[in-house]
Design a protein around this ligand. Structure first.
Ligand SMILES: *[C@@H]1O[C@H](CO)[C@@H](O)[C@H](O)[C@H]1NC(C)=O
Ligand SMILES: *[C@@H]1O[C@H](CO)[C@@H](O)[C@H](O)[C@H]1NC(C)=O
Length: 839
């Protein structure tokens, strides 16, 4: 019986892929009666996936911070400072900050399933730091090697490293290091203990310092920090002012901190250090005789023991040390040791290289030799932004926006949650949190590379859809993230939405898995027999080979997605009949705008109708809702909700119709927003730029509309409008708002939109070729090839020059602007390199 059902699922995939979706018949599934599918595959997939992604440098707001994907658990981080002077401690590194004077700070070879390498060039501390992160095969244990090399001319520099680990969560039934009821180990949420195994010694420790702990989710574990090879040097002082300040030793300090406070590790450290210095001053009367490498050693003056532990080291010249974490469940031969970590690093880096090279290979004119390192860093940096967040956030469900004045509004938040989120971030130093609009772009370069990982992130986001169908635009979960967002931006409102890019990705996943089954039916059939035998090595492409795992998830999530879609449309509905615009109601207006900004649109300060008016209709929003409709239609088709499918297909047609009827201006030869004048007559609001391209960018402009296509391509190619040598600018040079005010989306080049342009040029060149003139086809081809080269060349050049990729690029000079290490949707450059040279 079970066999038969699986067969039905597989044949459905083959079947829906082959027929034209408009004429599809639903004789396999009907909406109401749920087909039972054996869930063991989904379960097995989940288990493999959870283990493989359990640990990672998921505290991405730090230069280096490790945590597991468990709400309250063991949080670790690395900090450092220069100890040559009394002031250099001012450059104490912990959070990755935009303003820090770094030549580079990024993962250069990294994958969350494998591990990898981060490289940091700290130009204030005058050192290069290499951080290698490796994992055991079972995913439960890990190791880190920290290596620092002084810059030329600074060979004898003194550097202090501080490692901390803190266990969060509470568990009351621990007695003398044992659970009272060991059986309960996996059920009760919360932590056990985490303590120093070495004998406490206020004078410091020589050699390895060892800790052990137990907690739910982790079970029993050990953490060890060594003092590295004999070649390490410590500062040598003529005499020790105080026996507790020996820079040759590793110094330990521990204290108890409540949940949600381990992230303040640096502030706590600084406070302790101040206490210590104050105490030394009292004891010795003056501080002049303390060299900085002694003065800045933390002392264990309170003799506390708690859930947060620090280990501080003081080195001179180059240095190297390791931290290893072993779970008791990891088999002995899979454990990380100080002896095998070097070999593990080697295999980790070469595994990453082969996975990368399997999926990314630059096409002409970008040769592999020159662009491979760049490509690896882009993909690693994107993956290095993979984060796990847990905490509550602030929501205002009361405030109704004043739509008479469109004054800026002040939201008052109530706490909701806690929630968890597994997501990428736009920029570790500047935007280390989840953004709904960015996330779809983050996932695009990974669709081929690791579709299973894409699904995990999509799942995590969709889990956040609340009972009303809403997902907050920005995910500012917990006090750590809130500490980095100005107060007026912390509160989220259910009235405000954001471009639904995740839907685009989710439907791509479904389409890909479907195409895969159709293109390789033999394999699919073979896979059918072997389905239950996938294992860890297959992670990355399990859902592509076993689409029922994806179908299962899709069925579960469908009701929530539909709710999200309905909520999205109903909150953003625009006026149609009230302003004599016909009877087709598919027309929308971004809520929450002010006279200068529409944060909801994602294109914050892009010029819109002035004065703002409730009659406004936005072409980009209608396009996004078109994308959403298409995606959810595909999902409905897949899970067999025929009524929904029919209704969605009709909405889609109406959207396409209104993009033309309401938003195409024959006078301006472009797509525009719509509003009304003083006499309530409809007027187009045309600011040529990214917004004018939206029906084209989202492939909702009909392929037979070659006249429109030609007008848009002419605008794209015109240097007086959008064309520059570095990519397409956001707002036309001819617009009166070009380059004005804060100039965020009013001239700079943004890489996400440029990627969509390349993708659409490719699409229309192929799909419209039957109707397009030779000269139009030539223009499409030329725009594509030249734009691709301009973009990649400039991003590459700026990366060489600055050590980073950026949020935006200047449209006159190509220079990098905005947030740094923006990997982030600028990482779509990896896809651009992979795209064909010519179309
Ligand atoms: C799908 O997977 C989930 C989670 O693994 C399981 O609970 C559920 O029973 C499965 N559903 C079907 C229809 O197989
Ligand atoms: C995998 O992790 C998710 C999220 O933490 C959890 O809900 C799920 O139960 C886990 N599945 C398995 C099989 O362990």
């Amino acid at each position: 019986m079970r066999y038969g059902l699986l067969y039905l699922v597989v044949s459905l995939f083959v079947f829906v892929g082959l027929v034209n979706s408009d004429s599809i018949e639903f004789d396999v599934y009907s909406g109401e009666d749920q087909v039972e599918v054996d869930d063991s595959l989904s379960y097995k997939y989940d288990q493999l996936s959870n283990n493989s992604l359990l640990w990672g440098p998921y505290r991405t707001a730090l230069y280096f911070g490790i945590r597991p994907r468990i709400p309250r658990s063991l949080l670790s981080g690395l900090m450092w400072f220069n100890a040559d002077g009394y002031n250099t401690i001012g450059d104490f590194r912990h959070f990755y900050e935009q303003g820090d004077n770094m030549g580079k700070a990024n993962w250069v070879q990294y994958d969350p399933r494998i591990g990898g390498r981060q490289v940091i060039t700290d130009n204030d501390c005058h050192i290069d730091i290499t951080i290698d992160f490796v994992k055991s095969n079972d995913g439960r244990s890990w190791g880190v090697k920290v290596k620092s090399t002084p810059h030329a001319g600074y060979e004898n520099i003194k550097t202090s490293f501080v490692w901390y680990s803190g266990l969060e969560g509470k568990r009351d039934d621990v007695q003398d290091g044992q659970f009272e009821d060991p059986e309960a180990e996996v059920d009760i949420s919360g932590a056990g203990y985490f303590r120093l195994d070495n004998e406490k010694d206020v004078k410091g420790h020589e050699g390895t310092v060892k800790f052990s702990g137990i907690s739910d989710g982790l079970g029993l574990f050990e953490l060890e920090i060594n003092d590295g090879p004999k070649s390490n040097k410590h500062p040598v002082s003529k005499y020790l002012v105080d026996p507790e300040l020996d820079p040759k030793k590793s110094h330990h300090y521990s204290l108890n901190v409540p949940d949600d406070n381990v992230w303040k590790a640096k502030d706590i450290f600084m406070t302790m250090l101040q206490d210590s210095i104050q105490d030394l001053l009292t004891k010795h009367g003056e501080l002049d005789k303390f060299p900085p490498e002694q003065l800045f050693i933390m002392r264990d003056i309170q003799n506390f023991e708690g859930n947060l532990h620090y280990i501080q080291k003081m080195y001179q010249g180059s240095a190297e040390f390791d931290i290893i974490f072993n779970n008791a469940l990891t088999p002995q031969d899979d454990k990380i040791t100080f002896d095998n970590i070097k070999d593990k690093i080697k295999t980790t880096l070469s595994s990453f290289d082969s996975k990368f090279e399997k999926h990314f290979s630059p096409s002409k004119p970008f040769n592999k030799k020159k662009y491979n390192t760049f490509g690896k860093e882009i993909v690693s940096g994107l993956l290095g932004g993979l984060s796990y967040f847990y905490g509550d956030h602030l929501v205002d469900r009361e405030t109704v926006f004043d739509e008479d004045s469109f004054e800026s509004y002040e939201l008052k938040g109530q706490t909701e949650g806690p929630y968890e989120l597994f997501t990428f971030v736009p920029s570790r130093p500047f935007f280390p949190r989840g953004f709904y609009w960015d996330e779809g772009f983050h996932l695009l370069p990974l669709l081929e590379y690791d579709s299973d990982l894409v699904l995990e992130v999509v799942k995590s986001w969709f889990n956040l859809i609340d009972d009303e169908g809403w997902i907050a635009r920005e995910q500012i979960l917990g006090p750590e993230l809130r500490s980095r967002v100005p107060e007026q931006f912390q509160v989220q409102s259910p009235e405000i939405v954001n471009p639904p890019t995740l839907m685009l990705v989710f439907s791509s996943l479904l389409e890909k898995s479907r195409a895969f089954q159709v293109d390789e039916p033999a394999k699919a059939k073979g896979g059918y027999g072997g389905m239950e035998s996938f294992n860890q090595e297959d992670l990355g492409s399990i859902i592509m080979n076993n689409p029922e795992v994806l179908t299962n998830f899709t069925k579960q999530i469908y009701p929530k997605l539909k709710l999200h879609y309905d909520k999205f449309r109903s909150t953003q509905q625009g006026y149609v009949e009230e302003f004599d615009r016909g009877t087709n109601l598919e027309a929308y207006r971004w809520r929450g705008r002010t006279s200068t900004h529409s944060l909801a649109s994602g294109l914050d300060d892009y010029p819109r109708a002035l004065p703002a008016d409730i009659a406004e209709l936005n072409v980009d929003l209608l396009s996004w809702i078109g994308v959403m409709t298409r995606s959810i239609k595909l999902v409905a088709e897949l899970v067999g909700y025929e009524d929904d499918y029919k209704q969605l297909a009709e909405i889609e047609l109406n959207i396409i119709k209104n993009l033309n009827d309401l938003h195409w201006s024959e006078e301006h030869k472009t797509y525009c927003d719509l509003s009304v004048n003083e006499d309530d007559e409809n007027v187009y609001v045309c600011h040529k730029g990214y917004i004018s391209l939206f029906p084209f960018l989202t492939k909702l402009m009909p392929i037979e509309d070659v006249d429109k296509l030609e007008h848009l391509v002419d605008m794209i190619l015109d240097p007086e409008e959008l064309w520059t040598d570095f990519g397409l600018r956001s707002l036309s040079k001819s617009d009166k708002y070009y380059g004005t005010a804060e100039n965020y989306w009013r001239s700079p080049i943004w890489i996400n939109i440029n990627y969509l342009v390349l993708d659409s040029l490719q699409y229309y060149k192929a799909e419209s070729s039957y109707k397009a003139s030779k000269s139009l086809l030539d223009k499409l081809g030329k725009a594509y090839s030249q734009l691709r080269v301009n973009l990649v060349d400039n991003i590459f050049k700026q990366w060489q020059k600055t050590g980073f990729v950026w949020e935006q690029y200047d449209d006159t000079t190509g220079e990098a602007k905005g947030a740094k290490n923006f990997l982030g949707w600028t990482s779509t450059v990896a896809l651009m390199m992979n795209m064909p040279e010519k179309i």
